[in-house]
Ligand binder design. Structure first.
Ligand SMILES: [Zn+2]
Length: 116
């Protein structure tokens, strides 16, 4: 996996997180995305149409379980581009406690960023 624009230790941390999350999606026959880490002002993560998963550099300060949540959320977008019922069904099956993690991320770490 390519980590560009990121610092190395965070890159390793994120790589490990990605490897932990990815097996849930392998079976969906979707293409494995590349990742990059950047300073982002308004979102925790995003997924570009050419399958590049971008993570906010500030997640380095977030609890690990919340970083997992952001990666899982973006990986679900590989299958469902929008936040429709299918998206949440997949999210629920991969990470049943995603709501708790999201809450933790939104309210305990930063409140200045709107949700993705
Ligand atoms: Zn989203």
């Amino acid at each position: 996996m390519n980590i560009v624009n990121g610092n190395i230790s965070y890159g390793k941390h994120v790589n490990k997180t990605f490897e932990r999350c990815w097996p849930n999606f392998e079976k969906l026959s979707i293409k494995r995305p590349n990742m990059q880490i950047r300073q982002m002002k308004t979102r925790w993560g995003s997924l570009s149409p050419n399958s590049i998963l971008t993570l906010n550099m500030d997640l380095v300060r977030a609890p690990k379980e919340c970083v997992d949540y952001v990666i899982i959320h973006e990986l679900c977008h590989l299958q469902y581009p929008n936040h429709g019922p299918g998206f949440y069904k997949l999210m629920e099956s991969v990470m049943p406690d995603w709501g708790r993690r999201k809450h933790k991320l939104d309210f305990s770490v930063y409140t200045l960023y709107p949700k993705c």
